[in-house]
Design a protein around this ligand. Structure first.
Ligand code: NAD
Ligand code: UD1
Length: 337
């Protein structure tokens, strides 16, 4: 990375705001482009405080990643782009496929095109393990054929192709990071489309029932947001050429009932489960083969799920000042605890 701005689209969102904090802490000037559709002003409170300390500059621009003129202006003076803005919900994409594709794929077309025009060197794309669909074998390596099951997954795969085409033409270096299921503080639990851990922890904090779509035995590879931020920073700074596709996950799978069991123990009561049919487009099992991230980015996830959940629970139940108690999975459960 050079000394110019790093543009973070979707920088007021969950993952984006943690990335902005980390880049500013490292002394990089950051520009955020966000339409605040799911992003929030308060997610950037920490970033403004860091910028006020004087080490690095922060600019926050409101706008839509599909707006050609806006994105052209925002790209000026940027050395790298981390493109996170998207409609991030599989379920929402089943209900509004056109809207999802427009923002997620259409936005990427515009961002990459304007990046090329502006001479930006590197584009890091937030892709998703959703592109694999229901893989025949776990863990899932990058060589596994993509079989998207939802418009969201299709839009992410198409977004990767946009990045790769530009990289193949020698116009940018592209790093497509296939995030598995990211969780942590600031994940918005506020809609039925929100990430499952944020939904469960918010319900536990409010003493409300949780909704289980299906039997709860579906598995995910849950990766803590601070680990994901380290992967993005490695993708920005490693000496790479052309196009690279990398899984960002822990290599461990956990089902929803295991997560609920540890939340129950922590909450001191059994959360009421409301059972609903499985959601359309839902993947049954997911788990990363994350070895390539080690080879290419020098990265591996280091936060055990129990520790990540403890920090996330502390945030949901009392903000950053809350005490972080130790959480444990039952013997033989995840993390071998
Ligand atoms: P988020 O909703 O918190 O962040 C998305 C951000 O993009 C928000 O700030 C939103 O306001 C902004 N945005 C949406 N549409 C926009 C538009 N048209 N123009 C400008 N800004 C717009 O979600 P997140 O979980 O932080 O996800 C970030 C990225 O990571 C997304 O691309 C998502 O698909 C991807 N991803 C997330 C996960 C996960 O588990 N959270 C997993 C895989 C991939
Ligand atoms: C999530 C991300 C998506 C990412 C993908 C990678 C969100 C909103 N979605 O999608 O951006 O690309 O991981 O795998 O961050 N569930 C419940 N109850 C709830 C909510 C969800 O049972 O209240 C179930 C869902 O039906 C699903 C599982 O939990 O089976 C995970 O759902 P969700 O957190 O939405 O994640 P993904 O759909 O995997």
């Amino acid at each position: 990375m050079d000394d110019t701005f790093t543009l973070v689209t979707g920088g007021a969102g969950f993952i984006g705001s943690h990335l902005v904090d980390a880049l500013l802490t490292d002394g990089h000037d950051v520009r955020v482009l966000d339409d605040f559709s799911t992003g929030k002003d308060e997610n950037l409170d920490e970033a403004w405080a860091l910028a006020a300390q004087g080490g690095a500059g922060l600019q926050v621009m409101e706008g839509d990643v599909r707006d050609e003129v806006r994105v052209r202006d925002v790209m000026d003076g940027c050395g790298a782009v981390v493109h996170l803005a998207a409609v991030p919900s599989v379920a929402q994409s089943m209900e509004d496929p056109v809207g999802c594709d427009s923002v997620t794929h259409g936005g990427t077309v515009n961002v990459v095109r304007q990046a090329v025009e502006a001479g930006v060197q590197r584009v890091v794309l937030a892709s998703s393990c959703a592109v694999y669909g229901d893989a025949a074998q776990l863990p899932i390596a990058e060589t596994t054929p993509a079989r998207p099951l939802s418009p969201y997954a299709g839009a992410k795969l198409a977004s990767e192709e946009v990045c790769m085409d530009a990289a193949d033409a020698g116009q940018i270096t592209a790093v497509c990071l296939r995030f598995f299921n990211v969780y942590g503080p600031r994940q918005d639990p506020g809609s039925a489309y929100s990430g499952v851990i944020s939904r469960f922890l918010a319900a536990a904090a409010a003493g409300e029932p949780v909704t289980l779509y299906g039997d709860g035995r579906q598995t995910r590879d849950f990766v803590y947001v601070a680990d994901v931020v380290r992967a993005i920073r490695a993708a920005l700074s490693r000496p790479l050429v052309g196009a690279t596709v990398v899984n960002v996950g822990t290599g461990r799978e956990t089902d929803l009932l295991q997560i609920l069991d540890v939340i129950d123990e922590r909450a001191g009561r059994r959360l009421e489960r409301r059972l609903e049919p499985p959601r359309d487009g839902d993947i049954r099992h997911s788990c990363a083969d994350a070895r390539r991230a080690g080879w290419v980015l020098g990265w591996e996830a280091v936060t055990p799920l129990a520790a990540g959940l403890a920090h996330t629970w502390a945030w949901f139940s009392g903000g950053y000042g809350a005490e972080v108690a130790t959480w444990r999975f039952p013997p033989g459960g995840r993390d071998g605890e």
